[in-house]
Design a binder for this molecule. Structure first.
Ligand SMILES: Nc1ncnc2c1ncn2[C@@H]1O[C@H](COP(=O)(O)OP(=O)(O)OP(=O)(O)O)[C@@H](O)[C@H]1O
Ligand SMILES: [Mg+2]
Length: 510
């Protein structure tokens, strides 16, 4: 028998209404980077959660280094040197970096020779060593809640390494990162491989697979379609196999028909909690039928700009007008009612209820209006019919349709649901922040089509994205934000991605 470090044989896992993994068998060699590719809801996270001991398969077997194992918890998996960085991080927010890393594995010493206590000094030294060895810089005494996602991810990686994991599972690690951070992470993964680690990488980004992976397994609706040698397979082939049809890499978009101005932002300045100007004297307007895209490296004020327009943050000075009416001081609810839809970066913070059903979440913004409520009485049949139609249009996949609890849906499908709900508000202005983060290419294609359709209906679109490709593909007008300022606003047809990239780095004349 060949020496596989991980072997999963005939794994089947069912959830109510769905076979998440259907007789899947994979074999992973020591020291390889093994990618898992598949649409949202294809069963990638489920398969890896079983390898990490979070679920038990309904049938099938798992072998680690040739030995058959049964994991009842992730502790069992850790004991077999398996580590996982989850799609949604699992750190304790009010603990420090070091406390999170050593949690459950604390080195002990005896205080005054008797009382057992945690040996923080040893822990800190070990963490410092690891972070130096792999170039994963952290400050052990920082609190998690104060750290940006990219650093939290480093902490998650260190946590695996601290447990001496040899098999490292990354579940969509790059979905939350900026392009620069992605480069860095891919380098780290390369470094880990050099150190003899085996890496399983779940990602939707085929170019990442091309860059770093040796082999790639493709899952489609729970079934293993194929395992490919990455170097000898084209990106287009991988994309088609994953979606099960021919994928178009660029959206069909006709030239814009601009209508009246919908949003006017004048000399807007926004201050953060530390009294620091994060948006500085920004002015622009968006017409009906126009996609105004803001390009910029993460953290240059684009999130705060969107928050200020939606009313989540106060304007420090300047004004915001919607269809000629000043809304600078309006509440969030007033802005929504006036016709603003908002899909912010932090999706879980915007009125999705993880323990409600999909259908309830989809109707959340209209349940108190006709036809969902008549004279104060809710019509649940309406909820279900409405959900059915959105599930169809936006291809939202889940085990039990509208009755599925949101929490049990795959990350990407939760996201599709929020985007669907906001687009269906038929607003005058829709603000999209990173609308396709974490989505598979088929789903991205679909959302792009919906955004263009709204624009063609005359809606004004503000699109904020860290993906330059997405900006270039969708924008009618591009604004580049740098250090809180709009450095450049121009018709999209007059700029190349190279120009935009330069402005994003703060170069004034491209
Ligand atoms: N705990 C659960 N309860 C019920 N259904 C679940 C549960 N976990 C996953 N599912 C369902 O199993 C299917 C596979 O989900 P999974 O999270 O593995 O997909 P995925 O490939 O990781 O997708 P994504 O790219 O969107 O993260 C989905 O239809 C999902 O709704
Ligand atoms: Mg997943």
């Amino acid at each position: 028998m060949e020496d596989y470090i991980v072997e999963m044989r005939h794994i089947t896992k069912r959830f109510p209404g769905i076979v998440a993994n259907d007789d899947v068998s994979i074999q992973i060699q020591r020291g390889e980077v093994y990618a898992l590719l598949g649409e949202n809801g294809a069963g990638k996270s489920t398969l890896m959660s079983m390898l990490f001991g979070m679920y038990e398969p309904d049938s099938g077997e798992i072998y680690i280094q040739g030995e058959k194992v049964t994991f009842r918890s992730s502790n069992d998996a850790s004991a077999h040197n398996i580590g996982m960085v989850h799609q949604h991080f699992k750190l304790v927010d009010n603990y420090t970096v070091a406390e999170n890393i050593i949690l459950g594995m604390e080195p002990m010493k005896r205080f005054l020779g008797v009382l057992p206590c945690v040996d923080m000094k040893t822990a800190n030294r070990q963490i410092a060593e690891l972070s130096k060895r792999y170039g994963l810089e952290v400050n052990p005494t920082d609190k998690i809640e104060d750290l940006p996602v990219s650093v939290r991810q480093r902490v998650e990686i260190l946590k695996m390494l601290y447990r001496e994991a040899d098999i490292l599972i990354f579940d969509e690690p790059t979905a939350v990162l900026t392009p620069q951070e992605i480069e860095f992470l891919l380098k780290i993964i390369g470094e880990l491989r050099k150190n003899g680690k085996t890496i399983i990488l779940i990602t939707h980004k085929i170019e990442e697979i091309k860059k770093i992976a040796d082999r790639c397994a493709i899952l489609h609706r729970g079934k293993l379609v194929d395992v490919l040698d990455v170097a000898s397979t084209s990106s287009q082939t991988m994309a088609n196999m994953m979606v099960g049809r021919q994928v178009e890499f660029s959206a069909d978009k006709s030239s814009p028909h601009y209508r009246d101005t919908i949003l006017e932002v004048d000399h807007l300045t926004v201050r953060n909690a530390n009294k620091f100007d994060v948006v500085k004297d920004v002015s622009f307007r968006i017409r009906g039928g126009e996609i105004f895209a803001i390009a910029g490296v993460s953290g240059n004020g684009q999130g705060e700009l969107a928050d200020a327009i939606a009313g989540m943050l106060k304007a420090h000075s300047g004004s915001i007008k919607l269809c000629g009416t000043d809304i600078t001081e309006a509440t969030i609810r007033q802005r929504t009612e006036a016709g603003i839809s908002y899909i912010p970066e932090d999706r879980q913070g915007v009125g999705v209820f993880m323990d409600f059903t999909l259908s309830q979440n989809l109707a959340l913004r209209k349940y108190y209006r006709e036809p969902f409520a008549k004279k104060g009485i809710l019509d649940f049949g309406q909820f279900d019919r409405y959900a059915e139609s959105l599930i169809g249009t936006y291809d939202i996949r889940s085990g039990q349709g509208g009755k599925t609890i949101l929490r049990s849906m795959s990350g990407g499908n939760q996201q599709k649901a929020i985007v669907a709900r906001e687009i269906e508000e038929h607003s005058k202005l829709i603000i999209f922040v990173q609308p396709t983060r974490g989505l598979d290419i088929g789903a991205i294609e679909n959302i792009h089509r919906q955004i263009i359709a709204e624009r063609d209906k005359g809606v004004a679109i503000l699109l904020i994205s860290l993906e330059l490709d997405e900006i270039m593909e969708l924008a009618d007008t591009i604004g580049v934000i740098y250090n809180g300022q709009l450095l450049k606003i121009a018709d999209a047809s007059t700029m190349t991605s190279h120009d935009v990239g330069k402005y994003m780095m703060g170069v004034k004349e491209a």
